[in-house]
Design a protein around this ligand. Structure first.
Ligand code: ARG
Length: 365
């Protein structure tokens, strides 16, 4: 054993190995520890990386859908670092994780020097007109303008144009258009109001987060996009409903003949409810997996029970775990959570096109 003091990263590597061997029951902890003590670093095996990624999910305080953490499929692509290869693997990720609607939680871990500028693999453009109005997703205006500066010619100009991917490898950025058959979308209809379909609304099936760094064993993987399946409220109570996003509640109310004159008749709430019904119904009818907020809360309770039985503490951020509609109807509302962060886990990256304005609440996703 060397006498040189261990670095913070080496210490984290040792902690990780202890956790890995304790939880998996695999033999060989001593020799792996000796590797770290001798070299000061650890080259993770594919199995260790998989375990680390799964535990990072388990430790994600903002995620209400952690129950199936141990089922995460991890694609070890640490040898992939060239932009065209990264792109090809991202397309494969989209296809295999969609799994004809069954949706498999999946993560692809790429090699060093790779960065995806998009915060999710599938994002709708936000085009800002000179008068300030936005066509598409206002949240993606900065990303859209960044991609334009990188040379994107722009899409057809619908409210749901899928953005190209900007993949950076060792400082050089390349744009790639996703093949349409890799991007599954669900057209939104309402089970009782045929007029709802005329709104022409849709959303993509897969939320693939691509702007978070995976931290495992003192190492950082900056390009490790991952997905689960959507929770209905993410789309219907936020993406399509927020005033700073698609802001569709007034239009939904008008379309469903919910009078918008009397605030206290709760037309906003009624429109919100019907939009949520439409999203859940449409995904179900299309055979695309989606959670609803009552089911998700129940699953989270189950997760808490399993974790308690395994002797582990569950950490969480209450404001992220409660649903954005009818939160007090879920048991989560009535609980408190320990917010401390432990590794392995994920951290959000700064967008490549500039700093996030400080002092503002991070965007809930
Ligand atoms: N809230 C984000 C969105 O609407 C997705 C965040 C991840 N969600 C998930 N169900 N895994 O696109």
């Amino acid at each position: 054993m060397s006498a040189t003091p261990l670095t913070v990263n080496a210490r984290e590597a040792l902690d990780f190995l202890a956790l890995y061997h304790q939880e998996t029951g695999r033999p060989g902890l001593r020799s792996r520890q000796a590797d770290v003590e001798r070299t000061g670093t650890l080259t993770l095996s594919a199995d260790e990386l998989t375990f680390g990624a799964r535990v990072a999910w388990r430790n994600s305080t903002r995620c209400v859908g952690r129950l199936p953490w141990a089922s995460l499929t991890v694609r070890d692509l640490r040898h992939v670092t060239a932009a065209p290869d990264v792109f090809q693997e991202l397309v494969r990720h989209l296809r295999s994780s969609f799994a004809r609607g069954r949706i498999r939680p999946t993560m692809s871990v790429f090699g060093p020097g790779v960065h995806i500028h998009n915060d999710q693999l599938i994002r709708y453009a936000g085009y800002r007109a000179p008068d300030g109005t936005v066509t598409g997703d206002p949240q993606n205006v900065a990303l859209t303008e960044h991609l334009r500066r990188l040379g994107w010619a722009g899409g057809p100009g619908t409210p749901f144009d899928v953005l190209p991917l900007a993949i950076e490898t060792h400082g050089a950025v390349t744009l790639f258009e996703l093949p349409p058959d890799a991007v599954h979308e669900v057209r939104l209809v309402h089970p009782e109001y045929p007029a709802f379909a005329d709104l022409g609304l849709r959303w993509h099936a897969l939320p693939v987060i691509s702007d978070m760094t995976l931290h495992v064993a003192g190492q950082q993987f900056a390009c490790a996009p991952f997905n689960g399946w959507y929770l209905g409220t993410e789309i219907a109570a936020r993406n399509l409903a927020d005033q700073a996003r698609y802001n569709l509640l007034p239009l939904v109310a008008r379309t469903l003949c919910i009078g918008t004159r009397d605030r206290r008749a709760l037309w906003l709430d009624r429109a919100l409810l019907e939009l949520n019904v439409a999203v859940l119904h449409s995904f179900d009818a299309a055979g695309v997996r989606m959670a609803d907020h009552h089911g998700a809360a129940r699953q989270f309770q189950q997760f808490e029970t399993y974790e308690r039985r395994a002797g582990r503490a569950v950490r969480g951020r209450w404001s992220w775990l409660i649903p954005p509609m009818s939160p007090a109807t879920t048991p989560t509302w009535h609980q408190t959570y320990d917010e401390t962060e432990v590794t392995p886990n994920f951290t959000r990256q700064t967008p490549r096109w500039g700093e996030v304005p400080s002092g503002r609440c991070p965007v809930h996703r």
